[in-house]
Write a protein that binds this ligand. Structure first.
Ligand SMILES: [Mg+2]
Length: 381
């Protein structure tokens, strides 16, 4: 069996609430779905969706990279998939495009899993892989009252872990907002913060010292550089998590060597795929550091990959950030999170396997954009 056809279908999907990024609010999520089709019709799905604030990629640069990579993928036999996945970071057209590498890595893992009749989580993690993983709710930057209300709604929906976006207001206001959430949800719900690098060193120390006693799991990326983050970590009682600082295995080594974080947040889309993200998870574990898997608000295709990566890690101490994303097509109802007494909201593997009739209708409707990349490349040659 060989890869016979490659297709790209772009999407632009308004988000229900603009989302804070290190480069300002994001109101529309854009990306492209990659389909690798084998002889015989089996398809593997991947996604490339660069997010502002993570690297220098754009949709255009990632699509250009995927077009160039098509020549390498077309005709690839099935027994090359595994080697191809481990060599992707060396493949020239996608070297500078982690999101494009992610698309190929994910689609190849999808095909490998189907070939072996196991889940992608099993391909990645073997027997350690879980069947379901706990997930957290993510609350955007909202004023105090609305935020407390959103927190109450999430808890009523069964979430036991909430992540609160902070920054963009005075630290006193942030402290007040976080306290309001704690008062609203009580002591049993886990809270974590994400500042997306919007605090100064002084802000971070002030806010996190003031929040000592509120009971926080950790705070993601309070500041913009590792040295400062290590100083903030030493000066405050709250654990810190690295997120934007992680771009590859070397950057993960730097975070660990600097002592800048207690937790690593792994976004397969930013890290070039499931395999490189898994390698960072292994490194973190060697250092006794926990990891959390999150998406970058991509479509159900990318979120499915992140779910399988999270499940492949086995039991971890923290809920994963897989609840939020965009919906270019109506998502299948059975792919929604389930509420479990005790562990809160979970996503089950397998429930998302059938991405739904709606996905196929949507993909079919993209025919105006759908590209047979090989033909186009040959026309050019
Ligand atoms: Mg973050």
């Amino acid at each position: 069996m060989r890869i016979e056809r490659i297709r790209l279908a772009p999407y632009a999907c308004p988000l229900p609430t603009p989302w804070p990024s290190a480069e300002g609010p994001v109101a529309v999520r854009e990306g492209v779905i990659l389909t690798l089709e084998e002889e015989g019709g089996r398809v593997g799905l991947g996604e490339s969706a660069p997010f502002p604030g993570f690297g220098l990629e754009t949709i255009a640069s990632s699509v250009a990279a995927l077009r160039l990579a098509a020549r390498y993928l077309i005709g690839m036999p099935r027994d090359r998939y595994l080697a191809a996945v481990s060599d992707l970071h060396r493949l020239a057209p996608v070297m500078a495009s982690p999101s494009a590498r992610h698309a190929i890595d994910l689609a190849l893992h999808d095909l490998l899993a189907q070939d072996r009749h196991v889940s992608m989580a099993r391909v990645l993690g073997g027997d350690r892989a879980l069947d379901e993983v706990p997930i957290n709710a993510a609350l955007p930057r909202l004023p105090r009252r609305e935020l407390a209300l959103a927190a109450a709604t999430a808890v009523a929906e069964g979430y036991r872990t909430l992540k609160i976006k902070v920054g963009g207001v005075s630290t006193a206001e942030d402290v007040d907002r976080v306290r309001a959430v704690r008062d609203q949800v009580g002591a049993d719900v886990r809270l974590r913060l994400d500042a997306n690098r919007s605090w100064s060193e002084t802000d971070s120390v002030e806010a996190l010292q003031a929040l000592d006693g509120v009971g926080l799991e950790y705070c993601e990326e309070p500041v913009a550089d590792l040295e400062t983050m290590a100083r903030v970590r030493a000066a405050t009682p709250v654990r810190l998590a690295a997120d934007e600082s992680l771009t590859d295995l070397d950057s993960a080594r730097r975070v660990l060597d600097e002592g800048a974080a207690d937790v690593l947040v792994l976004k397969p889309m930013a890290l070039g795929g499931l395999r490189p993200a898994g390698a960072i998870a292994s490194l973190a574990r060697e250092h006794g550091v926990e990891v959390v898997v999150t998406t970058m608000l991509e479509s159900p295709v990318g979120r499915r990959g992140a779910l399988h990566l999270a499940a492949s890690l086995g039991f971890t101490r923290y809920a994963h950030g897989l609840a939020v994303g965009c919906a270019p097509w109506p998502a299948a109802p059975h792919a929604r999170p389930l509420a479990r007494p005790g562990s809160g909201r979970v996503l089950r593997l397998g429930d998302e396997e059938d991405l739904g009739t709606d996905f196929r209708i949507w993909q079919g409707a993209q025919s105006d954009f759908e590209e047979n990349l090989l033909e186009e490349e040959e026309e050019k040659a």
